[in-house]
Design a protein around this ligand. Structure first.
Ligand code: NI
Ligand code: MN
Length: 232
């Protein structure tokens, strides 16, 4: 299996011919040079409705007849645009055959802009726990630090935790180190940084700070692919 990181919060997890993509933000993402047309996914998972997480969801879904997985309010928004959806809510799970998904709490907001520019709330923001090929992957979405990350770490033996470190809109590196201590994952991969000026961070320093707490961190650069051996 492999994980493609397209920069910002956009990751794609593929196993054989099956694939899911989280928070597709490709075309207007200054960090990614991948052509949207080259990406195919069976499912599109959306953590929340902000532009930098859903920008290419509609086009991707229409190109490949993909199914969008989101909370009811955000799924409803896409359902009205003609996209197939699967509705979930925090605490619930879904088995997709090649992987299973569980929705976690995230401390943030979730809205889209109407055609007249008004803010329209689209339910709660979430994070995802994805179990695939014997691995457990946590994508925290956009979130501030919260103590219940400790509970998520107790519930799931996380192999890879994708945590935002950009600050301003989400956790900063300090908070993400604390989050890592609560979650106890085998490996932390920073996301949601360096995309725009307000969220510029020193990712190498973050990895050093994790190491000082005896936590393994790994930087994935935009458009980098992480190949993972299948585990039984
Ligand atoms: Ni956001
Ligand atoms: Mn964001």
């Amino acid at each position: 299996m492999k994980i493609n990181f397209y920069g910002h919060s956009c990751i794609q997890i593929s196993s054989g011919s099956n694939s899911i993509i989280i928070d597709p933000f490709i075309k207007d993402n200054p960090l990614s040079n991948v052509a949207l047309e080259s990406i195919k996914a069976d499912y599109i998972l959306l953590t929340h409705g902000h532009f930098d997480h859903i920008a290419d969801a509609l086009e991707l879904a229409k190109n490949d007849n993909s199914i969008i997985i989101a909370v009811e309010e955000l799924a409803d928004y896409y359902g009205k645009l003609g996209v197939k959806t699967e509705i979930m809510h925090v605490g619930g799970g879904i088995d997709l055959g090649f992987c299973s998904i569980y929705l976690t709490y995230a401390q943030h907001s979730s809205s889209v802009r109407s055609s007249s520019g008004e803010i329209v709330y689209v339910g709660n923001p979430v994070g995802f726990i994805i179990k695939i090929n014997g691995l457990t992957i946590y994508h925290a979405g956009d979130t501030g630090l919260f103590k219940d990350m400790e509970l998520i770490g107790e519930q799931f033996s996380i192999d890879y935790a994708f945590l935002p470190i950009g600050g301003r809109f989400t956790m900063n590196p300090n908070d993400a180190v604390l989050a890592s201590q609560l979650l106890k994952p085998k490996c932390v991969i920073p996301i949601h940084y360096n995309t725009f000026e307000p969220i510029v961070q020193d990712e190498k320093d973050f990895i050093k700070r994790l190491k000082a707490k005896e936590i393994q961190g790994k930087i994935l650069y935009p458009d980098e692919v992480l190949n993972i051996q299948k585990r039984k």
